[in-house]
Design a protein around this ligand. Structure first.
Ligand code: SF4
Ligand code: SF4
Length: 400
């Protein structure tokens, strides 16, 4: 192994290997034996969602999807691909940043209220989270970038999120190249896909590219970390022949040419800032239901609120942090009223933050081009079409 492994910056480069289907099962087994709860894509109730897996048989083998504005359907593929679908409704967000996080529990006794459990500081022992470490299988490149954004927002600023930090530090990530992008994907425009590239903005431990040509179902495996190299060493793999390395490049090139949407990012931040009084906000507000779906499915949205609950006696209480949304009128409530009363102002806030002020705040766009907000918006509102409309140009689509 030593002669095949070298460090490049924070990335470990191992000559690409090839894994067959029993090898994929062995990967799941090795991760489970190392104590990880393996989370991977599964078919449930007509969509592909993440769940705990112990077998390759639980993966969506032979399933693809159709995605368009306000449209998601599974479709049967004419091959046996395990990862032949685009981004599902869920990203890695709910794994590392759950919808409902218990912050502390307290109780009243003899006239005194005491907090009996609270999170420790990040990196402390014991960890503030009790979950086993997670291994995520099948993370797309757009979602790797979204995880990196959350790392920046939740672990690298003054107030570190101890729960997120603990889950992230222990997690193992197996990325996968997109082979069949959805009709709402535009990662190429945002520079976030479709192939996992590694590096500080898209870290993974192992990355797979599924290859089905020549009647041989296999995966090209690339290593992104020392931990990934250790796990790979426990699998039976073969050196990747040059035609498989070229085949993986070809898969990524074809996928990049099949994006369903585009977003012109040239001067986008300035366009949004200059559009603060655009009549387009009234147009979109007439369609937007302020349902919050777009923020719930977005892998980078991280707004939360805090709920305190007590039992009927008032002797036991808990504080929970739960996902919230800037589309909710109460979200901007401060003493004296709601700052953003209209749907117009809330949609403008969300889109301007994603594509403009996020850049000033965190150094990157807040959008990774996953297309989820387009697919899951019941009103078929499309962020790429809204950006094009602000620019005064028509949006183009690839028909699905
Ligand atoms: S843009 Fe669509 S998904 Fe988002 S709040 Fe409005 S109606 Fe809901
Ligand atoms: S704004 Fe929409 S396309 Fe961009 S990352 Fe969020 S859900 Fe994906």
């Amino acid at each position: 192994m030593a002669d095949k492994t070298r460090a490049v910056g924070t990335r470990v480069v191992v000559d690409p290997r090839v894994l067959d289907i029993p090898g994929l099962q062995r990967l799941i087994d090795v991760l489970a034996a190392r104590g990880y709860t393996v989370i991977g894509p599964t078919v449930r109730e007509g969509s592909i969602v993440n769940g705990p897996i112990r077998s390759v048989d639980q993966l969506p083998r032979g399933w693809g999807d159709e995605q368009e504005s306000a449209h998601y359907r599974l479709r049967s593929r004419d091959d046996d691909a395990f990862f032949g679908f685009a981004a599902g409704a869920q990203s890695a967000k709910p794994v590392f940043f759950p919808t409902d996080e218990l912050l502390w529990r307290g109780g009243r006794s003899q006239g005194r209220f005491t907090v009996v459990s609270e999170p420790e500081a990040a990196g402390s022992t014991p960890s503030p989270v009790q979950d086993p470490p997670y291994a995520l299988l099948g993370v797309r490149s757009c979602d790797l970038h979204a995880i990196s954004i959350h790392d920046r927002v939740l672990t690298e600023r003054g107030q570190v999120d101890a729960h997120y930090t603990a889950r992230r530090a222990d997690a193992f990530v197996v990325a996968v190249s997109c082979t069949d992008p959805g009709g709402t994907c535009f990662c190429v425009s945002m520079g976030t896909g479709p192939r996992p590239e590694g590096g500080p903005d898209a870290r993974y431990d192992l990355a797979l590219t599924e290859l089905l040509d020549g009647g041989l179902h296999r995966f090209l495996v690339e290593v992104g970390s020392e931990r990934g190299a250790e796990v790979l060493a426990e699998l039976h793999t073969d050196p990747a022949p040059p035609e498989d390395v070229a085949g993986a490049d070809e898969v990524a090139t074809v996928a990049a040419g099949r994006m369903g949407r585009t977003m012109d990012t040239d001067g986008l931040k300035e366009l949004l800032y200059a559009s603060v009084e655009s009549p387009r906000w009234d147009d979109v507000a007439a369609r937007c239901l302020a349902c919050t779906n777009c923020t719930m499915v977005c892998p980078t949205c991280f707004c939360t609120t805090v709920n305190d609950v007590s039992d009927l006696t008032g002797d036991a209480a808990e504080r929970h942090r739960v996902w919230d949304s800037c589309f909710d009128a109460d979200f901007s409530y401060i003493h004296g009223g709601t700052v953003r009363e209209s749907t117009r102002s809330r949609y403008r806030q969300w889109m301007t933050h994603k594509l403009a002020s996020w850049v000033d705040q965190f150094g990157t766009s807040g959008c990774v081009g996953c297309g989820r907000c387009i697919t899951w918006c019941p009103a078929a509102i499309d962020i790429t079409a809204e950006a094009a409309a602000l620019r005064g140009v028509p949006q183009t689509y690839r028909p699905f």
